[in-house]
Design a protein around this ligand. Structure first.
Ligand SMILES: Nc1ncnc2c1ncn2[C@@H]1O[C@H](COP(=O)(O)OP(=O)(O)OP(=O)(O)O)[C@@H](O)[C@H]1O
Ligand SMILES: [Mg+2]
Length: 265
């Protein structure tokens, strides 16, 4: 049996005359942690939006667990095991951090309730609360659990959105720049958590990230987008030597300078 969890085929998206994704193909196998890299504006967030069903693509397919999810309602995509975060998370203005977490988990609880109708709601709420507490502690959000989620700093909102995604018990997690702006100590904790959930719970991940330390510590494979096309698919250690990656980040001029230098050595 194939272990491909996500298969994206010929995915295309444009905004007006701006072709942002051009026939993108990508396969992610169960258990992988794939880093999605590329210069600013190369289409990474758009790819996550289209791959998660958040935004309709112009053409192409997104199969998750063998089923095209593009026309499924969001809650069905989540109940199939896909969860994601956004590059700029927004939070409801009146809910506390703990309430936001409990709400993120409760749509999953509705599914559990329908599967095991005999299970008492109070027990489910206790399980959700225990999970929320565990995540609050792991992501250093315990001290702010009673504050309005909308009052958190940008980095704290990022941490809360990771916690919300994990409340949904995903088997596949898509994260859009999870450590951008986060303090280095906490960044190391996030690295640990993402590796841990991969090893212990088998959670497959697709992570948009610019930080090379993070990519080398966490990812098993890297895909690089440039102007809406995949230009590299390689191991993290091979990224810095990949000519198409150098070209994408530094421009053609730099590649020819390097080649000239190599020639003269
Ligand atoms: N909703 C939208 N409407 C119009 N243009 C959009 C929209 N979303 C994205 N774009 C355009 O698509 C291109 C790719 O944007 P995207 O956000 O996917 O890039 P990115 O690789 O995530 O960049 P960054 O690293 O800066 O987050 C940009 O030119 C952007 O202006
Ligand atoms: Mg982006």
């Amino acid at each position: 049996m194939s272990s491909v969890l996500l298969e994206i085929s010929s995915l295309a998206k444009s905004f007006g005359g701006n072709q942002v994704l051009s026939k993108v193909n990508m396969k992610i196998e169960a258990g992988e942690i794939v880093g999605l890299l590329g210069p600013n504006g190369s289409g990474k967030s758009t790819l996550l939006n289209a791959a998660s069903g958040f935004m309709a693509a112009d053409a192409g397919r997104v199969c998750f667990g063998g089923i095209d999810i593009q026309t499924l309602p969001a809650e069905q995509i989540v109940s199939r095991g896909m969860a994601r975060t956004f590059q700029l998370p927004s939070m409801p203005s009146k809910m506390s951090v703990l309430e936001v977490l409990m709400t993120a988990g409760s749509s999953q609880a509705c599914v559990w309730r329908s599967l095991w109708p005999g299970k008492r709601d109070r027990q489910l709420d206790e399980e959700l609360l225990a999970k929320a507490r565990e995540l609050l502690s792991a992501l250093m959000l315990e001290p702010v659990k009673d504050l309005a989620a909308s009052s958190l700093s940008g980095s704290q909102k990022k941490l809360l959105s990771i916690a919300c995604a994990l409340m949904k018990n995903p088997k596949f997690l898509m994260l859009d720049e999870p450590t951008a702006g986060v303090h280095p100590n906490l960044r190391r904790d996030i690295v640990k958590i993402l590796r841990q959930i991969n090893v212990e719970r088998g959670i497959t991940q697709l992570i948009v990230e610019h930080d090379m330390f993070f990519v080398r510590e966490v990812c098993t494979r890297c895909v690089v987008l440039d102007r809406g096309e995949i230009v590299a698919d390689c191991r993290p250690d091979d990224l810095i030597h990949h000519p198409r990656v150098i070209e994408a980040y530094l421009g053609q001029a730099r590649v020819s300078v390097q080649t000239d230098r190599e020639k003269s050595v």
